[in-house]
Design a protein around this ligand. Structure first.
Ligand code: HEC
Ligand code: HEC
Ligand code: HEC
Ligand code: HEC
Ligand code: HEC
Ligand code: HEC
Length: 383
């Protein structure tokens, strides 16, 4: 039981909230507090403050920040949760079937309503899907309500097969009862964690509150609630912005900031998540690289990713990022800026060899190992 629990935690429903690295935590708050009287006490990217009415939604931000507001809504993060009517996967596949031992699963969509049901041939349990969690690059899990509790569906959509299969992290054995086959209830601690990472303004005082919920990671998930900022900017009071900008965070603070949802190094170490399961926790992997330097912005998450834009999947895109610190044969000489010898093997598409991809068992998806390194041909996954 303990083992099964640990496995579930280590995979998709990792739900324990642990402190960030204390220094970064303090710095994050000190910066906001001094520079902008913000973030609000208790605010973190995956936790909402006391007043959910302080959230204004992306359309308001778009009035003054058109470039971010044009590209960000198309990112997978913005679709980390979707209402059924907005869910591209359920629109494309309005009907799913899946058999698991004696149980038959069905998802049946009509208009903006999708019914998830499981039957053992004698009895059928049916309930509407409330939200689709995960934009579906790897997979998509359905959040349901059953007897006053939120549930995650026992079966999820997987993109590689375009069908349902057992949700990642769930036991591969046949569930003992029809009720258990429906899904796993989310405990009072788990539900707010899921909603905290996959929605904006969906959690208040440690509880899921849906009145102001914005599905997905929207502007205010990372910048904090924007009512005061928007009002101040509208009235021309530009001296204080009253909104949080992660632009000035150091690489280690930023790794913790993104890590609030992607998991921090400290979390992975405290929970002792070993083996290939930790490949999906980029802050932890990146901080193991010899390249890592908490004070050098050339190796921060933002050096390679713009959170307002789509993930770039062209390996050549990252060459200039590597070459900001590294050299290629015959180019700039070794200096404090460009350290170490040049690569004796390749001069382009560096990430293909130095950031290999790994599949998670049952995950139907390959993650990119952010432990940048020379990969030995005979090595087993280092952790
Ligand atoms: C009425 C126009 C307006 C609206 C609405 C608005 N902003 Fe701004 N925002 C501004 C202006 C102007 C600045 C630049 C202030 C400066 O640089 O002094 C700014 C700055 C920012 C910054 C940088 C803050 C800093 O201290 O560096 C962030 C982040 C930001 N806005 C996010 C948002 C988000 C998120 C929303 C929606 C919740 C939003 N803004 C709504 C006008 C607006
Ligand atoms: C509020 C939680 C949250 C925060 C904060 C957050 N992310 Fe994410 N991010 C997610 C979730 C959830 C997904 C998965 C979206 C999906 O595929 O459904 C994701 C996905 C991504 C992806 C994958 C996109 C793809 O094409 O598969 C990248 C890259 C990413 N995040 C980078 C970042 C960076 C960089 C930061 C920090 C600046 C950050 N994230 C902060 C929740 C968050
Ligand atoms: C600590 C933050 C966090 C919590 C809690 C969390 N997730 Fe996620 N989830 C993420 C991030 C970040 C990603 C993207 C990277 C990855 O797949 O690990 C993700 C990815 C996913 C994906 C795959 C998305 C895709 O596009 O393929 C699904 C499905 C998912 N989560 C469902 C859930 C469900 C259901 C819960 C609650 C039972 C949950 N998550 C809890 C942060 C979280
Ligand atoms: C996943 C986290 C995340 C989300 C979601 C997000 N941002 Fe940002 N935003 C950042 C980070 C990190 C920076 C600092 C780096 C940069 O400038 O790209 C930033 C910077 C900004 C800035 C510039 C601040 C400056 O100091 O120059 C503005 C304006 C802004 N964001 C607006 C938005 C708006 C509007 C949305 C929604 C449409 C949004 N952001 C969604 C993380 C996020
Ligand atoms: C040196 C460049 C680099 C840095 C720094 C970097 N990444 Fe990435 N990241 C990549 C590459 C390359 C990919 C894979 C792109 C592809 O092929 O899909 C990627 C993919 C991702 C994904 C998608 C899931 C996956 O594993 O493929 C997430 C999420 C992500 N990065 C988050 C982060 C976070 C959070 C940080 C900071 C802790 C970070 N990255 C720092 C290069 C970088
Ligand atoms: C085809 C695969 C491949 C590509 C592409 C590649 N490398 Fe390498 N790289 C290797 C291998 C293998 C080694 C180890 C060579 C050895 O130890 O003899 C290595 C070694 C290195 C080293 C260590 C040098 C030393 O002696 O300490 C650095 C730094 C490096 N690569 C950077 C890069 C950069 C930057 C790029 C892109 C411009 C790149 N590599 C492209 C495979 C590759």
């Amino acid at each position: 039981m303990v083992l099964a629990r640990a496995f579930i935690l280590a995979t998709i429903s990792l739900t324990i909230s642990l402190p960030l690295r204390t220094d970064s935590f303090r710095a994050l708050f000190a910066q906001g507090a001094e520079a902008n009287e913000f973030p609000l006490p208790g605010w973190r990217p995956n936790q909402s403050p006391l007043h959910l009415t302080d959230y204004v939604g992306r359309k308001v931000c778009a009035q003054c920040h058109p470039s971010e507001a044009t590209t960000q809504p198309a990112t997978p993060m913005a679709h980390a949760a979707e209402a059924v009517g907005d869910c591209a996967i359920l629109r494309k596949h309005p009907h799913f079937n899946f058999r698991l031992g004696p149980f038959r699963y069905e998802i049946d969509c009509r208009g903006n309503r999708c019914i998830y049901s499981v039957s053992d041939g004698k009895r059928t349990l049916s309930t509407p899907i409330l939200w689709a969690f995960g934009q579906g690059k790897a997979g998509q899990t359905y959040v349901l309500k059953w007897e006053e509790s939120y549930y995650q569906s026992y079966v999820s959509f997987f993109n590689d097969t375009k069908t349902l299969d057992i949700t990642l992290g769930f036991p591969k054995t046949t569930p003992p009862t029809l009720e258990a086959a429906l899904g796993l209830p989310l405990s009072a601690e788990e539900a707010p964690n899921c909603f905290g990472c996959h929605t904006t303004a969906g959690v208040n005082r440690g509880r899921v509150v849906t009145d102001h919920l914005i599905p997905g990671v929207s502007c205010e998930a990372c910048h904090g609630p924007g009512a005061r900022h928007s009002a101040a900017m509208k009235s021309g009071h530009l001296r204080k912005t009253y909104i949080f900008s992660p632009a000035e965070l150091k690489p280690d603070e930023l790794a913790d900031f993104c890590g609030a949802c992607h998991r921090t190094s400290v979390q992975v170490q405290v929970m002792d998540i070993r083996g290939v399961a930790n490949v999906r926790f980029q802050p932890y992997r990146l901080e193991k690289a010899r390249c890592w330097n908490p004070d050098d912005s050339r190796i921060s998450c933002l050096a390679c990713h713009n959170p307002h834009e789509q993930l770039n999947e062209d390996p050549a895109f990252y060459d200039s990022k590597c070459l900001a610190c590294r050299r290629i044969k015959g180019s700039v000489s070794s200096s404090t800026d460009h350290f170490g010898p040049a690569c004796p093997v390749g001069f382009r598409n560096c990430v293909n060899c130095h950031m290999p991809k790994y599949a998670l068992p049952g995950g139907h998806f390959k993650f990119t190992d952010h432990w940048i390194r020379v990969v030995k041909s005979d090595e087993s996954y280092p952790f």
